[in-house]
Design a binder for this molecule. Structure first.
Ligand code: KIV
Length: 251
């Protein structure tokens, strides 16, 4: 199946998307039939232990994209352009090409109207792009905290405008992060590309989750919208304790 086939397939059903940062996780998710696997810059937090995503580098994204690529055969593999990797149009295109060189089928970058020239340039270079609007983790320092978006009519109108310009530019999907559910539903109805929600209610075309939140593998912080389906942290802790007890008993 080609990248274009995989993108077309996203329109057939609700999109099931998860992040992955390493080979075994990527392979397991791919074998489980996930439609879209994102090498998210959330790796800066749940993989590397940083307080936010703003310190993630292109080199890190390239490395994680290359290892995830080895595990993905069926899903669409999307990689995030990290903070400051698309400050100019030229950098946006060059860094998107580097992610594709590492194995990404498509790239994602945060913003709408404010970054539209960069989105258009990446698309013009032949690389598929996913948009990402709403709460933008890379803007956390500028915003001061992680804030739900779309609470006022003015904010909702700006989000709708972001969605419209992204669709017009030609993105194949857009992530709607931490948006008031009614507004996310309105955006989903207004655009003709799949919307992939996280903390944006069930009115989106599909959903994305950070795999550590799904697996219960980052117990120190669970976003309010996360729905853990396993408890890897406890299981690994218990396995380590059982192993420690076994080793210490061998005297
Ligand atoms: O970096 C990431 O994991 C993301 C998702 C939360 C959408 O952008």
């Amino acid at each position: 199946m080609t990248t274009l086939d995989r993108i077309a397939k996203l329109r057939e059903n609700r999109v099931v998307a998860l992040t992955a940062y390493d080979y075994p996780t990527a392979r397991i998710l791919d074998e489980a039939g996930v439609d879209l696997i994102l090498v998210g810059d959330s790796l800066g937090m749940v993989f590397a232990g940083n307080p936010d995503t703003t310190s993630v580098t292109m080199e890190q994204m390239i490395y994680h994209t290359s290892v995830v690529r080895r595990g993905v055969r069926n899903a669409l593999l999307v990689s995030d352009l990290p903070y400051h990797s698309y400050d100019t149009v030229r950098e946006a295109v060059a860094n998107a090409q580097r992610l594709v060189g590492a194995g990404a089928d498509a790239v994602k970058l945060e913003g709408g109207v404010a970054i539209i020239e960069k989105v258009k340039a990446i698309l013009a270079s032949g690389i598929p792009v996913s948009g990402h609007i709403g709460m933008l983790p890379q803007s956390v320092h500028r915003e001061g905290s992680y804030k739900k978006k779309g609470k006022t009519a003015q904010e909702a109108a700006l989000l709708l405008e972001d969605a419209r310009v992204l669709e017009e530019a030609g993105v194949f999907s857009m992530v709607l992060e931490s948006i008031v559910p009614d507004v996310a539903t309105q955006i989903t109805r207004a655009v003709n590309v799949p919307t992939i929600g996280i903390g944006a209610g069930s009115g989106c075309t599909g959903q994305i989750a950070v795999v550590h939140d799904l697996a219960g593998f980052y117990p120190w912080f669970t976003p309010p919208f996360a729905k853990p389906k396993a408890n890897f942290a406890d299981q690994l802790r218990q396995a380590a304790q059982a192993y420690a007890a076994e080793v210490r008993a061998q005297a």
